[in-house]
Design a protein around this ligand. Structure first.
Ligand code: 4NP
Length: 144
């Protein structure tokens, strides 16, 4: 799960999908930017997830590095800019094929997960709901 800062959207995506797939699959998240490396997710993401019974407080932001293409089968970009940045980092066609726009794979429509960083708690709630619905779709699609 990849966004820009790895503190708002992708930690939620990691926490929500990992909660649904349990120990069957490893889900992780990273950011295309490195400003927040080592930090906990944004307080608002932690709080929204906690209210829905998911603890993401142990996550720490990491910068996306190309070795992650080797470690994961699918690399989900939260928005088109993240997608384009990941394509730039891909070393091979095999890497490139792993990159998918998250909501497009879930719903068949190339929409972004909106960045809530400069928004309100309601924007974080909306992002949680969107990711919750999308991950339900993906689980049905891939029968994870
Ligand atoms: P995220 O949100 O990409 O969903 O983690 C952002 C977090 C930090 C910044 C931008 C977006 N930032 O500019 O520091």
């Amino acid at each position: 799960m990849v966004c820009l800062g790895n503190i708002c959207r992708s930690p939620l995506a990691e926490g929500i999908l990992q909660d649904k797939v349990g120990s069957k699959h490893l889900v992780c998240s990273a950011g295309t930017g490195d400003w927040h490396v080592g930090e906990q997710p944004d307080r608002r993401s932690v709080d929204v997830a906690k209210r829905r019974g998911i603890d993401i407080s142990d996550q720490r932001a990491q910068h996306f590095t190309p070795h992650l293409f080797d470690e994961f089968d699918i690399i989900y970009a939260m928005d088109q800019t993240n997608y384009n940045d990941l394509v730039e980092l891909a070393k091979t066609d095999e890497d490139r094929k792993k990159i998918k726009l998250f909501l497009e794979d879930a719903f068949g429509e190339p929409q972004p997960v909106p960045d809530p960083y400069y928004g309100t708690i309601a924007d974080f709630e909306a992002v949680f709901d969107l990711i919750d619905d999308a991950t339900d779709q993906l689980i049905t699609k891939y029968t994870f």
